[in-house]
Design a protein. Structure first.
Length: 201
């Protein structure tokens, strides 16, 4: 069995599940939809970015769109097409900390303006007690209690701790709580352009 998503510029993304067989046929009808205009800049130098990877998450937690978005010389581009609704938009670009914007309405007469910075780095030092756990994982919680999505590709924000050191690059500056699944909680602050360290037992 397979789950396949179909997308085309100016059309809504459609997802289907089907079972492959010796002879199989799948008919998919795409509906016209509304694009989401995006404008992205470097938050330090104010220069336009040239590309993003964007995920638009709908109310059911499914990715209504996931893919690369090209930006012009002014940092402007468009997510091809989405069904009308409210989305959580996650965006990242190489060398920059990913940003998450909840409650983005589609359609909208205004472009979604994103400001990205390189952020800071976070080194997680993992002690023997934590390493002894079966498949230890942790999550970063922001000041609002929400799980920090450290990558546009992560669906749950979990950080796998498979060795004595786990390093995250391009983390959005701010105060966090590193929560070991089923274990301890450690406070940590990440600053722009600076390395931070937190230790687990």
């Amino acid at each position: 069995r397979y789950r396949v998503s179909f997308q085309k510029a100016a059309y809504q993304v459609e997802t289907r599940e089907f079972a492959a067989a010796e002879e199989s046929e799948l008919r998919v009808e795409l509906r016209r939809g509304d694009g989401m205009a995006i404008e992205a800049h470097d938050g330090i130098f104010a220069t336009p970015l040239r590309g993003l990877f964007v995920r638009a998450i709908d109310g059911s937690g499914q990715a209504a769109f996931a893919g690369s978005v090209s930006l012009d010389s002014e940092g402007r581009g468009e997510v091809p097409s989405l069904k009308p609704g409210v989305y959580e938009v996650r965006a990242e670009s190489s060398g920059y900390a990913p940003v998450v914007l909840p409650g983005v309405a589609v359609p909208s007469s205004r472009a979604l303006v994103l400001v990205l910075t390189p952020g800071g780095s976070l080194e997680i030092r993992v002690g023997p007690q934590t390493l002894a756990l079966p498949q230890p994982t942790a999550r970063l919680l922001g000041a609002d209690g929400r799980v920090y999505m450290w990558s546009a590709f992560t669906s749950d924000g979990k950080i796998r701790l498979g060795g004595p050191v786990r390093r995250l690059e391009n983390v959005v500056p701010g105060r966090y709580v590193l929560e070991l699944e089923g274990g301890t909680r450690q406070e940590v602050e990440v600053r722009e352009g600076m390395p931070s360290t937190v230790s687990l037992p």
